[in-house]
Design a protein around this ligand. Structure first.
Ligand code: AMP
Length: 336
């Protein structure tokens, strides 16, 4: 049975962008494949501590897992939910892979360059993050790792490490699928990028300070509606889906399609040529506020106990699988 693995950091409350661009597509894929594949959904809490965490990491982790459930994740015996730090084999394999990966290939990682840029001192975790990620993937023989495009380079690195390791020691790791096949698997032509509401040239990000620029999943629905009503548009005065010339309007059309689960082409057809932007905004504001109301009521219906029950089973499974793989690796290096 093949394994699909995915995760999302839980450093803070997620934005509508995280939800529509990452969480919902992952849940859709998980539900599609969990009948005949292992689906590992984990919270990379060790990755979280390379940067600041808003609030309490343990509580954030439980909340993130509730997000998956509220977004419709169907649980069956093939779906395994766990926290990275509760499976110590991740850190152990990371060290061993540190001795397989090279400084050259790790230094080339764009995320490392971006995250360390301009920082007087940068923690070693930021540099080592992709190796820990390779361990996250290789421990479970995961073939498909649906994540944002910013992670493709790290998946390529995991492939290279697996190939090098296997050449030296025999077929111990499953080599993850190539980027092109990962994209095909995710069934996306273009990654969804929800834009900043005030500055639609940029993507919506939780780190942007202006409150009006982003919608958080715990925003009061009426407050979220107001943010949509105040979103930046343009002075062209005619609705057209054109991310380059009308990014604000196009962003609203995209949000409307995703929150109402309507094909984008249908939403575009409904609004194309409309000259009153206010009407479009009112509709999107109402759709977003309705979606948040339903989502937040689902969140309230999931108890911490529900999540801990899933974690107990998932972490037992994950430790069993990961420790078996780790032992093979330790034997290869004559550590065992
Ligand atoms: P981050 O919050 O940057 O750690 O991203 C977590 C996940 O959410 C990644 O898979 C990103 O690609 C995705 N993501 C973040 N911001 C957006 C956005 N504005 N639109 C769509 N996807 C996003």
């Amino acid at each position: 049975m093949k394994t699909i693995l995915t995760g999302i950091r839980s450093n803070s409350v997620l934005t509508l962008g995280n939800y529509l661009g990452a969480l919902l597509p992952m849940v859709r894929l998980a539900n599609e494949h969990s009948k005949d594949s292992n689906v590992n959904i984990f919270v990379p809490d060790l990755h979280s501590i390379i940067s600041d965490v808003d609030g309490d990491l343990r509580e954030n982790t439980i909340r993130t897992l509730k997000y998956y459930l509220a977004a419709g994740l169907e649980i069956n015996e093939n779906v395994h939910i766990y926290r990275q730090s509760y499976v110590p084999a991740h850190s152990e394999l990371c060290w061993i892979l540190d001795c397989v990966a090279t400084m050259g290939e790790t230094s080339r990682m764009i995320q490392f360059k971006e995250k360390s840029k301009g920082q007087e001192s940068c923690n070693v975790g930021i540099f080592n993050y992709p190796i820990l990620m390779a361990a996250d993937i290789l421990l479970y023989d995961a073939e498909y790792i649906p994540l944002g495009e910013d992670q493709f380079q790290h998946i390529e690195l995991a492939r290279n490490i697996a190939i090098r390791f296997n050449n030296r020691f025999g077929e111990i790791f499953t080599v993850p699928a190539k980027t092109a096949d990962q994209v095909k698997f995710m069934e996306v032509d273009n990654a969804i990028r929800i834009r900043d509401l005030l500055n639609p040239e940029k993507k919506m990000s939780k780190s942007t300070l202006a409150e009006g620029s982003k919608i958080m999943l715990d925003d009061d629905p009426s407050r979220a509606a107001k943010k949509i009503m105040s979103a930046t548009t343009d002075s062209l005065g005619k609705v057209k889906f054109d991310m380059f010339n009308q990014p604000g309007i196009s962003n609203l059309l995209q949000i409307e399609a995703l929150v109402t689960n309507t094909p984008l082409q249908d939403v575009i057809a409904t609004w194309n040529g409309e000259t009153r932007y206010g009407e479009l905004k009112t509709k999107v504001a109402s759709s977003v506020s309705e979606m948040l109301t339903v989502f937040q009521s689902k969140m309230a219906g999931i108890s911490d106990g529900d999540v801990y029950d899933l974690l107990a089973a998932g972490e037992k499974y994950a430790n069993d699988v990961a420790n078996k793989k780790l032992l093979e690796v330790q034997k290869a290096f004559h550590l065992r």
